[in-house]
Write a new protein. Structure first.
Length: 357
């Protein structure tokens, strides 16, 4: 399959070392070594990204803007093929190729607060550099990806069609979700512009594995840009809260080990705000802690909805897998909300982070 694809990018497979990279859960990825140069080749997952041309158009717009205004920033955008295209479509699918950033590493989890700080700083920097870009000119690559109203409506629909056994099993989780509807209401206030929260260029997938680090642990740039589209900054901050704060992942059924590591929260706050403090408006800053509630709640809703729908979206390795995932996120949300006043005080104590380095 790759022989034809590589030829489209001007590479002869007989002159390349090809190695698979990552777990292939979304886009299939390979590292290509060709003489003195290294590349990353990706096959776009069109089950997730229905219109790969839309992603390609977005990235080319952002690349042009950054080259003009911030030429020193490492923006890992697709390279042009000999035909001048950055997306090559074949019978096997849609492919693009990137330069491999030398001496860079990725992390699967945030193992310490400094790593969380560096990641948050890179996601903040990305949005800061693009704060002068008109976000409305970007296409949504996954429509309604972080639309909490839609996710809640899907949950209510699932309640009507779920079988009796799953409804019984999920009764406690269902009650917890329904009791936290104030999180949805605040999101509706944002949508209605009752709260002044502008659309920005947002990454939307801020797990730490989407940051490149140098050999000394300093953040270099963000990668995996397929979900970059217009959005609210709470999506990026919230996803970091969800991903970095707890010492155990969303897959853990050791619910008593779920906790909010406050030192990680402050690392996220300091890292992100070191870049965005002078960009965000006062309303946005007031929503910093809400951002964590927003994403954690939405993920709990999505896992629970999938359980009620017989695991048709995420799949399941065992019968209650998605119910356990939902319970995990509900527990994290409860822990996070219980600590919210303390987190507010911690932010107040360090004051304005504008121009912090």
């Amino acid at each position: 399959m790759l022989e034809t694809v590589l030829l489209k990018f001007g590479l002869d497979i007989s002159d390349c070392l090809v190695l698979p990279v990552g777990n292939g859960l979304i886009n299939q990825t390979w590292k290509i070594s060709h003489r003195n140069r290294e590349y990353i080749l990706q096959k776009v997952n069109t089950d997730v990204f229905k219109e790969p041309n839309v992603i390609d158009e977005n990235l080319n717009k952002l690349k042009s803007f950054l080259e003009q205004h911030f030429p020193d920033y490492i923006f890992v955008a697709p390279l042009k093929s000999p035909s001048g295209r950055t997306l090559v479509e074949t019978e096997e699918g849609a492919f693009r190729i990137f330069d491999f950033v030398k001496n860079s590493i990725t992390l699967n989890t945030a193992e310490d607060a400094q790593q969380a700080y560096e990641a948050a700083k890179q996601f903040g920097k990305f949005s800061r550099l693009l704060s002068g870009f008109d976000a409305s000119t970007l296409h949504p690559t996954i429509p309604d990806f972080h639309n909490l109203q839609l996710r809640y409506n899907q949950f209510k629909t699932a309640l009507k069609s779920a079988n009796a056994e799953r409804l019984r099993n999920a009764a406690e989780a269902i009650t917890a979700i329904e009791q936290q509807q104030y999180i949805l209401q605040k999101y509706l206030d944002i949508l209605s512009q009752k709260l002044e929260v502008p659309l920005r260029v947002i990454h939307h997938d801020t797990k730490i594995s989407n940051v490149l680090f140098d050999q000394n642990g300093k953040g270099l740039c963000v990668i995996d840009l397929d979900t970059v589209m217009p959005g609210y900054y709470i999506s990026d901050v919230g996803d970091m809260m969800r991903s970095y704060l707890s010492p155990v992942s969303e897959e853990s059924t050791s619910f008593d080990q779920i906790a909010v590591r406050k030192v990680f929260f402050m690392a996220i706050y300091k890292g992100y705000m070191s870049e965005m403090a002078d960009i965000l408006n006062a309303t946005e800053k007031d929503l910093f802690i809400y951002a964590g509630q927003f994403i954690i709640y939405m993920q709990a809703v999505r896992f629970l909805t999938d359980y009620l729908n017989n695991d048709v979206y995420y799949g399941a390795r065992y019968e209650t897998h998605n119910l356990d995932r939902a319970t995990n996120q509900i527990r994290l949300l409860e822990e996070y909300t219980d600590h919210s006043k303390e987190l507010h005080l911690m932010i107040e104590q360090i004051g304005d982070l504008t121009n912090i380095s």
